[in-house]
Design a protein around this ligand. Sequence first.
Ligand code: HEM
Length: 512
Amino acid sequence: MANGNKKEGTPGEGPPRTREPSKEVPLTTRQGHPIHDNQNTRSVNSRGPLVLEDYPFLEKLTHFDRERIPERVVHARGAGAHGVFEAYGMAADEPVSRYTRARLFQTPGQKTPVFARFSSVIHGGHSPETLRDPRGFAVKFYTEQGNWDLVGNNLKVFFIRDPIKFPDLVHAFKPDPVTNRQDPNRLMDFCSLSPETTHMLTWLFSPWGIPASYREMQGSGVNTYKWVNTEGTSFLVKYHWRPLQKVRNLTQQQAEAIQAKDFNHATTDLYEAIARGDFPRWELQVQLMTDGDHPELNWDPLDATKLWPEEQFPLRSVGVMTLDRNPVNYFAEVEQVAFGTGVLVDGLDFSDDKLLQGRTFSYSDTQRHRVGPNYLQLPINMPRVPVATNQRDGQMTYRVDGHEAGVNPHINYEPSSRNGLRQQERMGPPPRPYVQGHVGRQPLSRPNNFQQAGERYRTLEDWERDDLISNLVSALSQCNPDIQERMVDHFTQADPEYGRRVSAGLSKAARH
Ligand code: HEM
């Protein structure tokens, strides 16, 4: 551990899997003073009043008052685990080096420690895990080149393609600010005026919107990224996680039956599987495309509402992830872990995907607020390579980056002739995309909002289609007639039968 502050038991680091509490360890304050009586406050006589100088009591209570940090604004409810990613060295039958120089993928069998966090999106930290919602699938790779975060969802597409719409999307799906209830009339209102949501809604309202467990769901990076090889050639890439446990989803009815008895079923399932040694595994697969606009496609490869058809852009396996260790402390690890789409290593890059660029700003911005400006000094977020910056101070600083490396501790600036930190050589040519165009607020020119939604509708199995129609009718029957009309129009444009079935369901619901 290059940061020099490795201790057995630090959250990111691999403490023993189970630890029995020892009877030998004496209770102290955070100042290291022994506590002799943890049952009685200090008072004037046995019935009070209390005295103000009871430091252990004040320390205990004031710390308790501050036990919570702000929840994630989305994806608050989650579960996580540690594990390892093992590279194949190949992208299907070709050496992976043809496409990326990122070191973690190069050598067959090369192992990289990871931490994964799965989540639901809309409701708070203790909400039921059976709700219809996309599921987050975020993985932090502690690579030898620093951290790489792949922050994805279980579904392979997203509701919107422009990040300026994200706060509105989330507000529409969150509870009403007056009644504090989630309301289909709000979320369908937004979607009926945002036709690009049709594809995602077709996934979300089918059984794919309620995975049976975290272990039995897919993951996807959703956004388009780039890979860069040693020559500096770049490729567009999409990432997907294939569960080796197979995929299993729930109908609304099955989910309701589980929720009646258990609202933590997904956390329990993940924790218990790992505790009994039944380690869940996912294969990481990529789809690749030459870098460019691809005018031959009738959709834009940078559009997060679109899939890349697998027949045209085959899935290539590049490695496998195994989750084999439960967190020791939920708060220190699962709550404080901070993922971001800007966290990339050499050989992995952004694309011009506007949604991705918006996300890249948002994640570290919220984490500086949610966890604090020094969130990257926490063991769960810290890379496993030396960190040497001239960033100093701020709330909760507990180390000086680079201090152990023998540099002059007086020098917190660069350049310096006095043994300060130095810039490093590059691994290969830097990506130098050429950009030209008019600046303005401009939608993508190939929206094609309905074609893939229709294809998805036709690809579903009969029971999945029945559940989709029933779930949409149930939500839309609570909506204003103009919202229903616009939504039926979107489904009809996707597939005439799709629209007809939702419309018939709504007429039937109105008669009852
Ligand atoms: C413009 C679009 C988006 C914005 C602005 C946005 C913003 C955010 C924010 C602010 C958080 C809370 C992070 C934290 O407190 O640590 C978050 C969490 C998350 N987002 Fe997004 N998001 C967007 C789109 C997406 C998309 C398309 C995906 C899926 C590919 C996604 C997946 C996730 C996941 C998995 C988490 C939880 C990460 C964790 O477990 O800590 N988001 N997002």
